[in-house]
Write a protein that binds this ligand. Structure first.
Ligand code: NI
Length: 132
């Protein structure tokens, strides 16, 4: 039901964090600004390696900024692709996850709908619906 999609990494400066991964042979997507999530985003991909999403906050109130303040540059969420985001949210709620936000379109992901859920023993999970 949940198919791995990416690991989200909170970073202060996307271009500086990209440097290491580009050196390691990853390919970076163009940086996109998401006005809904108040972040700048770039995806990093490499054959045989997990897809990474670099997130740079646009303001200090952002949850990415709070992650940076407490943990520094670090993994911040794991994203899974699902066929039906409402059904997946209902299933995760039955597993004691709290819905952080209702599904919203993500401009950095072809306007597919995403949602974040949190459970204290698992942490933050993002869902992305397979079809926009
Ligand atoms: Ni993500």
């Amino acid at each position: 039901m949940l198919t791995f999609h990416h690991i989200g990494i909170a970073c202060r400066d996307i271009t500086k964090t990209q440097d290491f991964y580009l050196h390691m042979g990853y390919t970076a997507s163009p940086i996109v600004e998401d006005p809904v999530q108040h972040v700048r985003i770039s995806f990093l991909e490499k054959e045989g390696a997990p897809r990474l999403e670099l997130l740079e906050p646009l303001d200090e109130k952002n949850p990415v900024a709070r992650t940076l303040a407490t943990a520094g540059v670090s993994p911040y969420h794991i994203c899974y692709e699902v066929e039906d985001i409402e059904a997946a949210i209902a299933e995760l709620r039955s597993q004691r996850f709290l819905l952080v936000n209702d599904p919203v379109q993500a401009c950095a992901m072809d306007n597919k709908r995403i949602a974040f859920l949190y459970q204290k023993n698992t942490g933050l999970i993002e869902l992305v619906e397979a079809q926009p």
